[in-house]
Design a binder for this molecule. Structure first.
Ligand SMILES: NC(=O)C1=CN([C@@H]2O[C@H](COP(=O)(O)OP(=O)(O)OC[C@H]3O[C@@H](n4cnc5c(N)ncnc54)[C@H](OP(=O)(O)O)[C@@H]3O)[C@@H](O)[C@H]2O)C=CC1
Ligand SMILES: CCCCCCCCCCCCCCCC(=O)OCC(=O)COP(=O)(O)O
Length: 358
């Protein structure tokens, strides 16, 4: 306390102050206390530290950290328990994210049904997984089903083959997909259809074919691997972005409709992942793009994304964005300031066109 603030309250001295003067004595006392202040402060500090270290707060802090760790451990155990022995169907298991999901879910004890177009690649992966063991978890030899998602006539047969593998389906991961690069004016409608068949109509038909069995058991989890491009549209990605927007919409509707049957629906929207997606992308004339884009090469590791997907399913999340801050911010910008977002996309289109022609 600053002793000078007491001065107005001291009795006015009408003569020179003596030791018997009350005001004088009060001031001396305050000034003495003021001199003692630094010592008092350090004493007080020491006492507070003693209190923290020896009494309530430190044990309380340690308790909080302990509880948090326990909570995280329980969450992890619940997540692994969620897929242990569960029948998990993965489409597009021959490459990239699908293949890593297969490895991660197998290691967590899932009974896998691996789907794809390439029977040989599926068998190879199945053998690899069957030969691998996971600590403290019983693993299972996967089953494989070969079909083309872009062939509407193949879906019903594929669905019954899938159901025959283990008798039912707990989790369906609609992962298979194809990307596209091209200008709308140059793109043949056949290319639009091919992208939509693979990314939208195929997964929708497969989901519908497996849904009745899930509804009968009042159990099931349908997952759609969409994309950030299911929430925002980039120039020269029309068919891909359209197919992913349609995916988001369909599975959002499904979630609301099947809640009454205790069926979960999760839509995952990843940003760039380091896979063969750009290499396998289709161009305006239907040919293969065949380039590993820098954005793809610098994307997240598919193993990490597969682990995040497992965690999201264990927590029964409904809609998950797995992307870096910039794409995630772009999603908000599209909603909150659409005018600005559209200008940015137009400028992106101009730049891309310019770099193509230079
Ligand atoms: N990589 C990325 O940056 C991102 C990817 N995604 C999404 O992740 C998913 C997986 O793609 P990703 O692993 O990256 O790419 P890949 O190209 O590495 O894998 C695609 C998988 O889909 C399969 N597939 C393609 N067409 C068909 C078809 N007609 N019928 C059956 N299977 C088919 C492929 O099988 P086949 O071997 O027979 O060709 C392959 O297994 C896609 O839905 C994609 O849109 C989302 C955001 C970002
Ligand atoms: C408040 C500041 C906000 C700033 C936002 C600026 C807008 C910047 C645009 C960012 C675009 C991000 C695009 C991300 C696209 C993406 O992650 O796509 C994933 C894919 O599916 C990849 O497929 P592709 O075939 O295109 O490689």
């Amino acid at each position: 306390m600053d002793p000078l603030i007491l001065v107005p309250y001291l009795p006015r001295a009408e003569r020179s102050p003596g030791p018997e003067d009350l005001g004088w004595r009060a001031m001396c006392q305050v000034l003495q206390e003021h001199q003692m202040c630094p010592r008092r402060k350090s004493l007080l500090r020491a006492r507070v530290m003693d209190f923290i270290t020896s009494t309530a707060i430190l044990p309380l802090l340690l308790g909080c950290v302990g509880l948090f760790s326990l909570f995280k451990l329980l969450q992890w155990l619940r997540m692994r328990a969620y897929v242990r022995n569960a029948v998990v169907v993965i489409t597009g298991a021959t490459s990239g994210l699908g293949r890593e999901c297969a490895r991660v879910f197998h290691a967590a004890g899932a009974r896998l049904v691996l789907c794809g177009r390439n029977a040989e690649a599926l068998e190879e992966l199945s053998q690899e997984l069957a030969a691998s063991r996971a600590p403290e978890v019983q693993t299972h030899k996967p089953c494989t089903v070969t079909f083309d998602l872009a062939d509407p006539g193949a879906i019903a047969g594929a669905a019954s083959e899938i159901l025959q593998c283990f008798g039912h389906v707990d989790v369906l991961i609609n992962n298979a997909g194809i990307s596209y690069r091209g200008a709308i004016v140059d793109t043949s409608p056949d290319v639009d259809k091919r992208v939509m068949e693979t990314n939208y109509f195929g997964p929708v038909a497969l989901t519908k074919a497996l849904l009745p069995a899930m509804i009968r058991r009042r159990q099931g989890h349908v997952v759609a691997i969409s994309s950030i491009q299911g929430k925002i549209s980039l120039p020269f990605r029309s068919a891909y972005a359209a197919s992913k927007h349609a995916t988001q919409a369909f599975f959002d509707c499904l979630r609301a409709e099947v809640e009454q049957h205790d069926i979960e629906v999760t839509v995952i929207s990843p940003g760039y992942i380091h896979t063969n997606l750009s290499l396998n992308a289709v161009t305006a004339d239907g040919s293969k793009y065949g380039v590993m884009d820098e954005t793809t090469a610098q994307g997240r590791s598919p193993v990490q994304v597969a682990q995040d997907i497992l965690a999201a399913l264990g927590k029964k999340k409904k809609d998950v964005v797995l992307a870096d801050p910039m794409p995630s911010l772009a999603v908000y910008l599209r909603t909150l300031a659409p005018g600005l977002f559209f200008r940015l996309m137009a400028s992106r289109a101009r730049k891309e066109r310019k770099s193509k022609h230079s």
